[in-house]
Design a binder for this molecule. Structure first.
Ligand code: ZN
Length: 221
């Protein structure tokens, strides 16, 4: 079992069904590029695939592509966008769970969790999760921070509300067991060749010899 994992984040895929926000234009992917990246990580047990924002392409494109390859992923859904044009419908959320995929929360209104008062954070972290749990019939224990934004207070509330894992967009490798999981955003311009950049930079694990040398040095300090 790998000690480190590379979390990758996709957003919308294919022909956009609505006017995109400026920040979405850089991350919305073509279906061929998306599928080529799935193929590139087929034999990588150290890559975890995630999707943010609850776009309709999650069920229209991503789920069939994943099932075809026997891959699994976690979908971070924005609860307050369900049933809006271009986004998932409520029934899609149960379908994602039934397909063997994980459903996590991306909050209620897709706002940064760093600027909210207590009531606002409660809506984002508790009410949104309850809605998703009602649709999946399962506990929703993981969350992804909108815009990758977090601060000590938001993390404190996420812990208090019992989230078992929280995903950011800080990039790089994640320790498998870590509560806070950095993710790597896949960009519109990315293709299979980008995997080396995104998930090729394995951190060096200290070797037994290095640990012994460190202990040896400590004894002399
Ligand atoms: Zn988002």
């Amino acid at each position: 079992v790998a000690s480190f994992i590379f979390n990758v984040t996709f957003h919308g895929i294919g022909q956009p069904p609505r006017k995109l926000e400026p920040e979405e234009q850089a991350v919305w992917m073509s279906q061929p590029d998306f599928e080529a990246i799935l193929d590139a990580v087929l034999d990588r047990d150290d890559v975890r695939i995630t999707f943010d924002d609850g776009n309709a392409s999650d069920v229209e494109i991503a789920i069939p592509a994943l099932l075809k390859r026997d891959q699994t992923a976690t979908f971070f859904v924005v609860a307050g966008r369900l049933e809006k044009p271009g986004f998932l419908r409520e029934a899609d959320v149960s379908e994602i769970a039934a397909a063997g995929m994980s459903v996590g929360s991306h909050g209620m209104n897709h706002v940064p969790w760093t600027r909210l008062d207590r009531a606002g954070l409660h809506t984002e972290l508790v009410v949104a999760r309850q809605l998703l749990e009602r649709l999946t019939g399962r506990p929703v224990a993981e969350a992804a921070c909108p815009f990758g934004a977090y601060d000590r207070r938001a993390l404190g509330q996420l812990r208090k509300y019992g989230y078992t894992r929280v995903y950011t967009s800080d990039g790089g490798a994640a320790r498998v067991s870590a509560w806070l999981q950095p993710r790597n955003t896949v960009l519109r311009a990315d293709g299979p060749e980008s995997i080396e950049r995104i998930a090729g930079n394995r951190p060096a694990l200290p070797t037994a010899a290095a640990i012994a040398a460190k202990r040896f040095l400590k004894r002399w300090r």
